[in-house]
Write a new protein. Structure first.
Length: 315
């Protein structure tokens, strides 16, 4: 057995990592901290696996994945839904941390997902700030909803918290803007994106930080990556509706808001949306098609380093 025949699956929890090697029955656990990750990397270097696969687990996988990538290991962080579907198909009925690690190793061997690229420290910091901004916005929305239903004794406390959250949001926006403006590569991409009607600073933050592939993939691949590519649901004589799923939900949410604005203020997207609605397409279907078209346009703009040009886009 060579190193290229070896695959590793790592089940990630907040406090520990369970590691399984395929083929074989080797499995062990380390703490999900600096010492545990260092010990893990030392052992994996001796194995030199063809691929290490982890699930995306809300950020608990970040330290381990980043450290392994920095040490030259081939690492893929995959969507948990894909792994669950694979486990059902492969007949894994029980579920424990050790079994999940074995499933991930089997998934790595059978599916061979594409390895991740190592994000530099600046990009990781930008991604963390964008994620934090999303959290603050969600807290602001929740507190404003509570304020509407609260009684007088707690209204003052909620109002103070809203004011504090708004200050945090303003500070995050300034930090994000400063970081992007101080980076020539990010600044150029941000300028290109914001030249398109519908894309504002908030949407641009998300695209720059969480969709670095923008401008490097073709239209089909970038649509699938974000999760706006339609998938068939046909079987026998039954012809189902096409639907979208998977992809990067946070990027798709930002693209949705940008497209919603674009259907009113972007002449190209507005005309496309109107034509689809007049052809009898449901509003949701038409908006999804506009998201895909808008993403394709933005991808081409970044790829060819051209600002928004409605005449060129319409052509």
């Amino acid at each position: 057995m060579t190193a290229q025949d070896t695959f590793v699956g790592i089940d990630v929890a907040k406090d520990h990592l369970d590691i399984a090697v395929r083929p074989g029955d080797t499995i062990w656990r380390v703490a999900n901290d600096a010492d545990g990750i260092a010990a893990l990397i030392g052992r994996l270097k001796g194995i030199q696996p063809a691929l290490v696969v982890l699930e995306a687990t809300g950020g608990y996988e970040t330290a381990a994945a980043s450290s392994m990538l920095a040490d030259g290991l081939q690492v893929a962080v995959v969507n948990p839904r894909k792994v669950r579907d694979f486990a059902k198909g492969a007949g894994y009925l029980a579920k424990t941390d050790r079994i999940d690690a074995r499933v991930l190793a089997h998934f790595a061997d059978a599916i061979r997902p594409a390895p991740c690229a190592l994000a530099d420290e600046q990009t990781q910091a930008l991604q963390a700030l964008v994620a934090r901004r999303k959290q603050v916005v969600e807290m602001l929305t929740a507190e404003r909803n509570r304020l509407k239903q609260s009684r007088l004794p707690v209204q003052t406390q909620i109002t103070k918290h809203i004011a504090w959250l708004q200050e945090e949001l303003d500070a995050l926006d300034k930090d994000l803007s400063d970081r992007i403006r101080n980076s020539p590569a990010w600044r150029d991409k941000d300028d290109l994106l914001q030249s398109a009607p519908g894309v504002g600073p908030r949407v641009s933050f998300v695209l720059v930080a969480n969709l670095p592939e923008l401008g490097t993939l073709n239209r089909k691949k970038i649509a699938a990556l974000v999760g706006v590519a339609p998938f068939n649901r046909d079987s026998g004589k039954w012809q189902g509706r096409r639907g979208i799923w998977a992809g990067r939900a946070h990027v798709r949410a930002a693209l949705y808001m940008a497209t919603l604005v674009a259907t009113r203020y972007n002449p190209v997207i507005r005309q496309f949306y109107t034509r689809l609605r007049e052809a009898g397409k449901a509003a949701k279907v038409a908006l999804t098609a506009c998201m895909r078209k808008f993403l394709t346009i933005l991808n081409a703009m970044v790829k060819h380093h051209t600002r928004w040009n409605p005449a060129a886009v319409a052509a």
